[in-house]
Design a protein around this ligand. Sequence first.
Ligand code: PBG
Length: 329
Amino acid sequence: MNFPVTRMRRLRKSEAMRSLVRETHLRPSQLIDGIFICEGEGIRGPVSSMPGVFNLSIDEAVKEAEECARLGIGGLLLFGIPDAKDERGTGAYATDGITQRALRALKQNRALDSLILIADVCLCEYTSHGHCGLVARDGDHYTIQNDESLDLLAKTAVSLAEAGADIVAPSDMMDGRIAAMREAMDDAGQHDTPIMSYAAKFASAFYGPFREAAGSAPQFGDRRSYQMDGANLREAMREIELDIQEGADMLLMKPAGPYLDVIREARTRFDLPLGAYQVSGEYAMLHAAFERGWLDRDRAMLESLQSIRRAGADFIITYFAKDAAKLLG
Ligand code: PBG
């Protein structure tokens, strides 16, 4: 049945018609805002490569969270920026660590009950060398130790769950971490706290601005011995499969925009809730174009988010969460 009997434009005639046949929907509740929490009081330190994103002291983070809740945003992903770092990332699993204290402050506030608080589990913000696991050095050579790091990562997950995280989200990419965390959390009585695994996290240039925000750039080498090679889709599916076997409750894909095909493939193969992370570089790139007047801000922002949903993500972690929720609300 071809033209002129079939005319695709009939269903595009008006916004009401387009809205009726729209396949993908974007709601504030599907968006999660990433926030960076630092020591001090009354602090809102701008991140130069991420306009509109700040390092927030806990009191400021509470205000930010209240705004997110008012806008109907689904949740927050918390990153801690400690004052002191050491070789073993002690601040990541300290009972009074920066993220633990932030979680307690946020959980106390009833106005925030509608927000799911997700805690990133990784050592890189807390280690002096900036790697996501323990480092063994031998002269000029170094290795990021896998098995030796698991215990510390599991301790971090337990400590964040005990501080009130609704979900823990390991982003370190060590092998076996999901099983180690599940076991440690169950032993600690945290059997009801879900694990959202950054199952397929690629070694990406698009994390650049985040590392400025979190001060977590590796002091030597790079993350390619643990994060995935961006060329590999089948390997990403194996990573996901293993994480599901180890006990992951939800999956996260990262970055989002440059890896939409990976998101689609994961959606087709797996039935777990699936999120995607529109990372700092994706945000920075769009903002650079907005500043030059090269792209329409609102439309480009929503289109970038819609394409991630269309690829198959149930929810999106994005630094645009507030701006997008304002438009969608
Ligand atoms: C920590 C972590 C990173 C991001 C999220 N968790 C940085 C990295 O792996 O270097 C990046 C998020 C972003 O770029 O917005 N491991």
